[in-house]
Design a protein around this ligand. Structure first.
Ligand code: CTP
Ligand code: CA
Length: 233
């Protein structure tokens, strides 16, 4: 594209974007992970730089992606690492976008040495809940500990017997308390490891906007278009 054709509507803003999937170790060589590519978070960071923001990209595991020139990169492993990095970067930020796929659980025990197989069946893997980074950010803002005027969450949803994609997403927006929720409809090969992405932008004020199937960089522009009016002068 033509960078000079982009609006400079994030000039002087400090933005934090998380990306990729956390990895939760079982032992020094094994982990529980997920299939997040990091593409959407990287696209958001790149677009924010192009629109004038000072960007911190907090990246967990991703596929090989071109670096985001002009952004500060902080790489992390686990959800707990990501929580610390995001929290630190969020202190003076105007906007925090949680595009990362954060593991909900981690193995309760992390073996110091590589786990060996024996003649008997293996023990089950015990799991412990990870902190909810997004919900904690909303709480920290309410407590006056961070600025972050705008907090954006992501949700990858499928419909199930309890409700359709949008019903799940509306409930998640309420539960999380963020200002904007980017909803991806997943299943049937959508969103994960593919170039295109489709869904909705749900705002805390109740407004809802469908986002047409488009590239992740186009989707990033749509997301920033929705965020900018929420930032106060
Ligand atoms: N998230 C987070 N910390 C976690 C889990 C999720 O900050 N421990 C963030 C994600 O980065 C995303 C949003 O919360 O922006 C929603 O993640 P999602 O997995 O869809 O929500 P959950 O509350 O974990 O619900 P679910 O049971 O559907 O996984
Ligand atoms: Ca989750």
């Amino acid at each position: 594209g033509r960078p000079d054709a982009l609006p400079r509507d994030l000039d002087g803003r400090r933005v934090v974007v998380s990306a990729g999937g956390t990895r939760e170790p079982l032992d020094p060589v094994r982990y529980l992970g997920n299939r997040s590519s990091g593409k959407q978070g990287y696209a958001l960071a790149r677009t924010a730089v192009q629109r004038g923001a000072q960007v911190t990209l907090v990246a967990a595991a991703t596929i090989a992606l071109p670096e985001v020139a002009g952004a500060e990169l902080v790489t992390v492993g686990t959800a707990q690492d990501m929580r610390a990095a995001v929290r630190q970067a969020a202190v003076g930020a105007d906007v925090v976008v949680m595009a990362a796929a954060v593991a909900d659980f981690r193995p309760t025990d992390r073996a110091e040495y590589k786990i060996k197989k024996t003649d008997r069946e293996p023990d089950p893997i015990g799991l412990t809940r990870n902190p909810d980074i997004l919900a904690e950010l909303v709480q920290a803002r309410a407590d006056g500990q961070i600025g972050a005027q705008v907090i954006v969450g992501f949700a990858a949803e499928t419909g199930d017997s309890a409700g359709d994609v949008l019903e799940h997403a509306r409930a998640k927006l309420k539960r999380k308390g963020c200002d904007l929720l980017v909803v991806n409809a997943v299943g049937e090969g959508k969103a994960f490891e593919v170039e295109d992405n489709s869904g909705w932008l749900l705002s805390a004020d109740g407004s809802e906007r469908a986002v047409a199937l488009s590239s992740k960089s186009h989707m990033a522009s749509d997301i920033w278009d929705a965020v900018v009016p929420l930032i106060q002068a």
